[in-house]
Design a protein around this ligand. Structure first.
Ligand SMILES: C[S@@+](CC[C@H](N)C(=O)[O-])C[C@H]1O[C@@H](n2cnc3c(N)ncnc32)[C@H](O)[C@@H]1O
Length: 208
């Protein structure tokens, strides 16, 4: 077992991935789950919504949301400089921010927060849920977040050692209670994108 003190920052690893073009494989790998997450979340959001994709990688979900008729604007934020450079090079008119979380604070609130495969890189992801609820969302705003690394997905358990990166392992009930304790209402938990050998992306949805 590798000591947590020696773990590499996730953002450094993902910058290497962006430089090697591995962001594209991640995009196609995550697309079926993100598709299902947006199908669940978008009907709950009011028209003319302002969205943010947290841990946006190369920004592909931002560009997808931007095409939605009811989306007024979308911001992407990621702590990897190479991912954000890539996002800007694909879409120079996009609003992509290079910053580390949980330190970065938005200057305005959002009607939709989307996040795919980001939360568990944080030391305390449940605090991030609380911050989303208290500081980032408009009244009635929606959070939809997906994670593939979780207690019940046993196949994911070796990822922290394989990548030498910190990941916070929580179970379905801990995520659900974390959403409720953060103050979200209408909390829903789903497992989407199931296929042979994969029990699905764990998706949490809640309203402020
Ligand atoms: C598994 S990738 C997912 C990227 C994108 N959501 C997707 O589905 O293709 C995780 C992303 O979270 C970013 N990330 C991890 N920890 C972060 C932190 N503390 N602050 C900001 N971004 C972070 C990484 O740089 C990386 O781009």
């Amino acid at each position: 077992m590798v000591n947590n003190m020696e773990r590499r920052p996730a953002t450094e690893i993902f910058s290497e991935w962006a430089e090697k073009g591995r962001d594209e494989g991640m995009e196609s790998g995550h697309a079926p789950s993100v598709e299902a997450m947006l199908e669940l979340a978008l009907p709950k959001v009011e028209p003319d919504f302002l969205a943010i994709d947290v841990g946006c990688g190369n920004g592909w979900v931002c560009r997808k949301l931007k095409k939605h008729n009811d989306c007024k604007n979308v911001v992407g934020i990621d702590g990897s400089d190479a991912m954000i450079s890539k996002a800007n090079s694909i879409d120079s008119s996009g609003d992509y921010i290079h910053a580390d979380l949980p330190e970065w604070k938005p200057s305005r609130k959002f009607d939709l927060i989307h996040s795919m495969e980001f939360l568990y890189y944080l030391t305390n992801p449940l605090n991030m849920l609380e911050t989303f609820h208290k500081e980032w969302l408009t009244d009635g705003g929606i959070l939809v977040a997906g994670v593939d690394y979780y207690l019940e997905n046993k196949k994911s358990h070796d990822w922290p050692d394989a990548l030498n990166v910190h990941m916070t392992q929580l179970g379905i009930d801990e995520w659900k209670n974390g959403m409720i304790e953060a103050g979200f209402s209408d909390v829903e938990i789903h497992q989407v994108g199931k296929k042979e050998g994969f029990i699905g992306t764990l998706v949490m949805i809640g309203r402020r």
